[in-house]
Design a protein around this ligand. Sequence first.
Ligand code: G
Ligand code: G
Ligand code: MN
Length: 409
Amino acid sequence: MQSASHIKILILDDDTFMLKLLTRMLTKQGYATVSSCDNGVDALKLIDHADTCPDLILLDLNMPDMDGIEFVRYLVDRQFHGSLILVSGEDERMLRTAEKLVHAHKIPMLGYLHKPVNPDKLSEIMKKWEPPSLENKPQPNKKIYRAEELQSAISNHELMNYYQPKVSVATGEVIGVETLVRWHHPTDGLVFPDRFIGIAEENHLINELTAFVLTDALAQAKIWHQSGLTLRVAINVSMDNLTSLDFQDLVVNMVTEAGLSPQKIVLEVTESQLMGADTRIPLEILTRLRLKRFHLSIDDFGTGHSSLAQLRDIPFDELKIDQGFVHRAWTDDTLRAIYDASLSMAKQLGMEVVAEGVEDQNDWELLRRTGCDLAQGNFISRPLQAADFSNWMEEWQNRLRNGLIAGFL
Ligand code: G
Ligand code: G
Ligand code: MN
């Protein structure tokens, strides 16, 4: 672990007494780089600079101008990569609701503190936290890539597929993988898709990008199948891929040429986009691909504004419950209600259910108890390079043998 003095912490509270108090508590615990702001605007200025952007923010919910919830929205806009602790004098229920909001935005939240703040509680939360290590810290640069840069990255083969396993909850068997693309940038290091998929979509590069991802994923699928591992390989499909009928021909031709069965190829489509746009052409493409026996998966379920009737009318085989409703659903009633509703709806519609974002044993146990079909998440494995897959398989088999499944029968 990096020493506590290097970790940048920001305290945001309109009450200057609280700022002093919390700063003193943190300094006592060995955190030396603590800054404080009494309003959201100043805090955002710090966040916008790589040198001052904090690893952790202690955030007061109730502030006069920009309140804590609004502040979180700005953090999301800025793709803030640090963690949060909420601090408030509001009651437990209010804090829990705010916590859910933060989780839905996928910002790691370490916990919440009631005012008056108890130093032991603060220290307890801080102890659980694993601060970002220097090596895998997300790049602080907020560089927006230009379309030409992305274009040349595609041409120069700088994009690289990672594969995250999907396993059967009942048996532990590895059923498939989701392909997640990353950019191995020559100077910026590993760049995640949230930094370039949007750019590809806006600049008519998404078909080229998807074709590249698919080519590698199919080649990899073939290697796995030939070694006796008949994994289902999923790729993410953007709505912008589904605006022209050419996409369908491209996919069908590539899979046929690779000599693979469409049943082993899964196309993951994000629901919020699907429901928002003019759905006629996408629907036609999806239906025709389904007729050819490709597997269709509705991704990030629960985050969009879905109409259940539309969901019923689209021939999806698989539903992926968004990670925001999976991790911690075992302990949180609201998350649990959404998780249960998604699971039972999918079952009623005859779809296979994948829970995403399974991060710990408690999450895994909930899936076991509730009869979810498949699990995906860091508890099972992070997204892996193909070369690391067989090592992971061995480790996974060991974990299974050591009681991961039997322990919860
Ligand atoms: O690991 P993760 O950061 O990979 O992925 C972030 C988001 O990027 C996910 O929502 C995922 O669906 C999306 N994504 C990853 N790879 C691709 C891809 O090849 N095409 C599209 N359209 N989206 C992708
Ligand atoms: O396509 P989709 O939006 O489902 O992409 C999955 C995203 O979730 C990827 O960015 C992937 O790296 C990430 N991811 C995978 N497993 C976990 C997990 O257990 N926890 C969290 N927080 N993210 C995960
Ligand atoms: Mn996906």
